[in-house]
Design a protein around this ligand. Sequence first.
Ligand code: AHG
Ligand code: MN
Ligand code: MN
Length: 327
Amino acid sequence: MVNCEQTFMDFLLQHQEKHNRTYHFLILMNSVLNAARRIQHYYLTGALRGLLGRTGTTNVQGEPVLQLDKIANEITRHYLRASGRVIHAVSEEEKRIIPMNPEGRYFFYYDPMDGSSNVPHNLPIGFMFGTAKRNLDGPEDNHLRAGREYIAAGMFVIPTGTFTLALRDAGCWRFHIDETMSFVRPTRVVLPDSPGTWELSFNSANRDTWAPGVRQWVVDHEQRYAFRYLGALAADFHRVLTNGGMFLYPAILNHPDPKKNRPRGKLRLMYEGSVVAFMCREAGGRAIDETGTPILDVLPLDPHQRTALYAGSAALVDEIATVLRGS
Ligand code: AHG
Ligand code: MN
Ligand code: MN
């Protein structure tokens, strides 16, 4: 039987046409697909080419840079620049905002390789991004945008071959890679209402470092749901989006080594937290930070600002919000 499924690009062309949109976003997304396919290739062949180790340098966050962090960043930067549609970009791997085309139409925030601890094992990692439109009326302020201003956010899980993309007010969609490296078969992702499939996902080793209310909430709830943790936000959140439940990476407040405390959380707002929060909203869920504030409302003051993250089914996120506001 011949296999001719609807591709991501067919889907997006129809979407843009239906909503009377310009072709610029198509060009941007085409460059994202080119980057993702190439990252996927380097990751699949990484072990054989000796590319799964470290570069020996550290990034802006002081974390060791892997060869693949560098490669994935360079690939993404190349395609974004070539698209001509990006005014400036923020990458986890680059300290400063990356100026691109001054005439570009979009801001692009990305984590080229998410889940570095999985890299030496060739296990799932992510490529995550969010994009917002520049100010087209009047002078551009070049401010970093809050998640509520994103027009799209998505993630590839690599090398398993899934792509999930949320489009503003148009839902969250998932695609699977086929034999021609095209992403096909758009399927709408909606967080399930029924708690029967819900999962909790968190790094359990950190629980003694959390705020007492959060720790207690987890103790009171963890037996009710399945527990899963892959150690890559993109992969863990992929599961939560499908099965429902909650991913949480709370603030680290009581670490035995105070230097390791992270009162604002570990994950990065612009290319991790807001990306997840945007996808959550389009799938019918919520995402908040340690103060109970919706992540989508947080205006970044720094491109690499950190955030705590509680994201997933609205009922669970609302419960934890009550705990956070009370503690
Ligand atoms: P990155 O590899 O881009 O630095 O992100 C790592 C993040 C995220 O993917 C994951 O959810 C989390 O760090 C895992 O942290 P722990 O190892 O502390 O559980
Ligand atoms: Mn990451
Ligand atoms: Mn990363």
